[in-house]
Ligand binder design. Structure first.
Ligand code: SF4
Length: 990
């Protein structure tokens, strides 16, 4: 039965106000266009840059170069429009914005006509109104009049203008276009009969998303918007971000899941944050009678009204029938449902027994990078103050632990230096080990926009990823040789005098020790070590070193190596060498994988740090927390995730409490991991679903999803943002913070918080970087830490004038080879990574209707030469083996990987890439080498020919492909030119 939505309060942003459509777009307009106040009341531009004109009898000052439309809007005069959009180039196709200019013979389109001194404009004269009526009549003559049942009703501009101009029955009758709907994909459908050919989707996809899916096709009456060679979207380069839906002024583009579940006037709108990657896109959940029916982007600082496919369409796992609805207690080989009292009593009793018998360090807690800050704070507090151990860690250990160690040592802070939006002004963007297009798509949208405006992009990555395809330079190195490459670049920068001696002298230490190391990496040697041609290393060094606004993005390609921390240090060296830090549009961005990796670390869900990166081995820090918590804080640094499992194998860890993580898919060397989990005496798992890890547990506790609780997430740019409860928890599930507090009470420690806001108050009292953060202050833009007190506005970029640690520290970093190279038995280099439509261990994304349909089966990317050697065709089954295990998956033949490499995404439990990876650890950050190592390949079944149309769904091109052509105005024939770009993708065989 549908439940009523939770009540909203007057100052609660959950409300029916701010509907999408015209009002939302107007709000966007006001943010992007000069406003009346800016020109007429704010600091005026120089007089010579102003023109004075009259609009509807009002004297208006406008900036020279503005259009009439912009000047009118700035003065608060709305002009009807369909194709104009503030975020797009001027299209000028609909002509609805025509105005009358005294002295002009025709009615010009106001969106493309510049203001002129003395101009007299009428926006609603009789001539103008008649012209607009004719345009509307012509549009309606070829438009279905099914407003009663159209999903867009109430949010349709055509409908709104027909109403405004009193058009009841279309005047003109004639041929109507009658195209079939394109509803072949699971996300949204295209109804060409409702398309008014405004072109907004074409321009938005090309300019703001950068994928160029759409174009104008055919001519005259036959004209239509086409995707690819006028194919269904599913067979085009579309990545289904759905951003085109937002700019469509009619019902031509409509999301599917919301169909029949609520139109604009039916839904409540709850602002929150995407639960997938660390970009932290702001979105609005659409809720109707207790059910989420859709999601639309919000104007958050990291995404500015854009989302990727996961954020927009991946929310429906919340209502999946697999959701755990009751606590479960193991009953032999199966389970029985239990009450919360019984389950929590059992957990408390078993943890107490184990603590009493073996000591507190026999218990480990794996906290969740998907849970809120408040929940992570309580989990580490449970470990330290209640159980008495520092054995608490989170999945940052598998992705960015080396960032915390490496950057903190170099700069005094292990976080991203600058906000994502500052990428827009960068001159050079160096992308290292980041498949940004698939793992952080909205960051890719920012990046490609900057690139289109002329910024240079350099990519260091073994694979030819989509971002490598648009890059000015792609340095396809041998995995794990990043240090040699970065040192080689620095060698050139120094030799050519591109470094910043003043910055180095004034702001850093350790430069002298670095010099002899760099001397050993001339481009020739760096090239030999990395497999990158020396001239490319020189070119990259010159590009990066010559810029005063150069930024570095990096991700797990850097950190998931035994040399991860050293590589992060090398990148910090590069940044300091050129003085590209401490200013806007410079610095370094470690892109976080999960939504709240940053927050989980900030909150001290780490074995060596208390909240706010206060070291556990610092006596004063421990005393401060002990005084606040009323319990001593253990002194001994705890075990990391991987170490906890090693300790479990050795019998030192007896109990594990795993919250919102699935280590049985995400950790390395899974066969040993499984053995370790089977050895612990007591395993309790708290999650949304019965994950692979939960299946081994004695007790499973059902947790509420992001949409069913309040709290905060901290994104990859240190921005703390509110997460809001949109619906009641499913079944008997409860928010993690409530479960942890209840468990702590049963363990004899009162945690009586009335709400997450109250937990945040405690966090702020004890965590200087969060000192000024309260729920009342967390508005639309959130707050970026450090935010030390309640009057502090937050910190946009770090290290301005002074590094957080005083002086920046160069580290003399030498190339460290990977822990394992391919050999005769395992001759291929194993690469692991992500796929656009899947997320982490697939617990959520595989339970999303749309996401689950793309690449549902495990696959491995192999080079065509490899395929030939193995005698396999596209989609054939192959075995990928390493010294630790073997998996079976489909061959995906592509030249994105090199002949001696194999790429396996880590999302699929049934063919988990981590059965192959090894547990060699970075010696400092204790992060495992999840990328690299040797692999063997073998054909699993006889080769078969793949006939056109036969390829399995798994065969879709990973992440779609970015069309090479940036043309928007061509015809279908122009699009045909980009098709060869896709050859080699299995998608082509469909
Ligand atoms: Fe969500 Fe990341 Fe996509 Fe943004 S980029 S919508 S945060 S998955």
């Amino acid at each position: 039965m549908r439940q009523p939505p939770p009540a909203s309060t007057p100052d609660d942003p959950r409300s029916r106000a701010g509907r999408p459509g015209i009002r939302q777009e107007d709000a966007a307009l006001s943010r992007h266009q000069p406003r009346a106040e800016d020109i007429n009341q704010g600091a005026p531009p120089p007089a010579e840059d102003l023109v004075e004109l009259t609009i509807d009898g009002r004297r208006v000052l406008a900036a020279r170069g503005q259009t009439i439309f912009q000047a009118a809007r700035a003065a608060g005069i709305a002009i009807p429009h369909l194709c104009y959009h503030p975020k797009l180039s001027i299209i000028g196709s609909c002509r609805l914005c025509v105005v009358e200019v005294e002295g002009a013979r025709n009615l010009p389109a106001s969106c493309s006509t510049p203001v002129a001194e003395g101009m007299v404009v009428h926006t609603e004269s009789e001539r103008v109104i008649q012209a607009r009526k004719v345009i509307l009549h012509l549009l309606l003559a070829n438009h279905p009049l099914d407003c009663l049942t159209c999903e867009k009703t109430g949010d349709c501009r055509l409908q709104a203008y027909a109403y405004q101009y009193g058009i009841k029955v279309p005047k003109y009758h004639g041929l109507r276009r009658d195209y079939p709907r394109d509803d072949t994909n699971p996300f949204f459908e295209r109804d060409h009969t409702k398309c008014i050919l405004c072109g907004r989707c074409v321009y938005h996809c090309a300019e703001n998303v950068g994928v160029n899916v759409y174009d104008f096709g055919y001519r005259g009456f036959e004209a239509k918007i086409v995707a690819g060679l006028d194919r269904p979207l599913e067979n085009s380069p579309c990545i289904f971000c759905g951003n085109c839906i937002d700019v469509c002024p009619t019902g031509a583009l409509q999301p599917k899941l919301i169909k029949g579940k609520g139109r604009v006037f039916d839904v409540d709108r709850v602002p929150t944050v995407c639960p997938y990657c660390g970009v932290g896109c702001a979105l609005t959940l659409l809720v109707n009678r207790g059910e989420i029916v859709g999601a639309v982007p919000a104007n958050g600082p990291a995404n500015r009204n854009l989302l990727c496919v996961k954020g927009r369409f991946g929310w429906d796992f919340v209502h999946h029938p697999d959701r755990l609805r009751q606590p479960l207690i193991r009953n032999g080989e199966g389970w029985r449902a239990a009450s919360w009292e019984e389950a929590l009593d059992l957990v408390a009793r078993r943890l107490s027994e184990i603590r009493d018998r073996y000591g507190p360090d026999a218990i480990g807690i794996i906290s969740s990078a998907k849970a809120t800050n408040e929940e992570n704070y309580l989990l580490q507090k449970l470990a330290r103050a209640v159980i008495g151990t520092n054995n608490v860690d989170n999945s940052a250990r598998l992705c960015h632990a080396s960032t915390i160690t490496g950057l903190a040592e170099a700069f005094g802070s292990g976080a991203a230096t600058n906000p994502i939006a500052e990428l827009e002004e960068a001159e050079v963007i160096l992308v290292v080990g980041s498949n940004t297009f698939e793992a952080h798509p909205v960051v890719y949208f920012w990046l490609q926009r900057t690139h289109r405006r002329g910024a240079k992009v350099i990519v260091i990555d073994p694979r030819r990823t989509a971002v490598a395809e648009i890059a000015d330079l792609h340095l396809a190195l041998v995995p794990g040789t990043d240090i040699a490459l970065i040192n080689g670049m620095m060698h050139v920068i120094l030799k050519e005098g591109l470094h910043d001696p003043e910055f180095i002298a004034a702001r850093t230490t350790g430069f002298e020790e670095l010099l002899p190391v760099l001397e050993r990496y001339p481009p020739k040697r760096a090239g030999a070590l990395t497999g990158v041609p020396a001239e490319k290393i020189v070119a990259a060094a010159r590009l990066y070193g010559s810029s005063r606004r150069a930024t570095v993005l990096y991700a797990m390609g850097v950190t998931q190596h035994v040399s991860g921390t050293a590589t992060v240090r090398a990148l910090a060296n590069l940044v300091m060498l050129t003085g590209n830090v401490g200013r806007p549009s410079t610095g370094i961005y470690p892109l976080r994988g999960q939504n709240n990796v940053q927050g989980a670390c900030d909150m001290g869900a780490l074995p060596n740090y208390l909240p706010g990166y206060q070291r556990v081995d610092n006596r004063e820090a421990r005393q401060r927390f002990a005084a606040a918590w009323g319990r001593p804080v253990p002194e001994r640094i705890g075990l990391t995730v991987v170490e906890m499992f090693q300790a479990a194998m050795e019998g030192r860890i007896k109990a594990l409490y795993v919250v919102g993580e699935n280590p049985l898919v995400s950790n390395p060397d899974l066969n040993r991991m499984e053995e370790a989990l089977r050895r612990v005496e007591f395993l309790v798992v708290q999650d949304l679903f019965l994950t692979e890890t939960a299946r081994l547990a004695q007790v499973v506790l059902p947790a509420a999803s992001f949409a069913e609780k309040d709290g905060t997430f901290t994104n990859t740019e240190r921005r703390v943002q509110r997460v809001r409860r949109a619906i009641d928890p499913v079944g008997e599930s409860r928010p993690d913070w409530e479960i942890v507090a209840d468990l702590a009470r049963r363990l004899g420690y009162p945690m009586d918080y009335a709400s997450p806001a109250e937990i945040m108050e405690e966090i702020a009292r004890l965590t200087p970087i969060y000192g000024g953060i309260t729920y009342e202050r967390l508005k639309e833009e959130g707050l970026q830490w450090p935010c030390p007190d309640r009057s502090h506005p937050g910190t946009r970029f770090l290290h301005h004038g002074r590094f957080a640690g005083g002086r920046g520290r160069f580290a003399a970093v030498e190339f460290v080879p990977p822990a394992e190279w391919p050999d005769n038995h395992y001759p291929y280099l194993l690469l692991t990574g992500r796929h656009l439509y899947h997320y982490h261990t697939n617990t959520m994304s595989r339970r999303s209707y749309g996401l689950a349909r793309f690449r549902p089966d495990p696959y491995a990317e192999v080079h065509p030469q490899t395929a030939e050697r193995l005698a396999v065709n596209q989609g054939d089954l192959i075995a990928v083996s390493s010294p630790r295990g073997s998996i079976r998956c489909r061959a995906f033949i592509t030249d994105r990987v090199k002949p001696k490499e194999v790429f396996v995404p880590f999302h699929y439990p049934e063919a988990a890439a981590n059965r192959l990876t090894h547990a060699g650890l970075d010696p400092e950050a204790r992060i495992p080498e999840l990328k690299g190592g040797g692999a063997a390949l073998a054909r699993e079944e006889p080769a078969r020919a793949v006939e056109a149309g036969e390829a399995p769904r798994a065969a879709r091109a990973p992440g779609g492909r970015v069309a090479a052509s940036g043309r928007r105005t061509g015809t279908v024939r122009a699009q045909a030119q980009v098709e060869p770009e896709r050859s080699g993708d299995l998608g082509e065989t469909r």
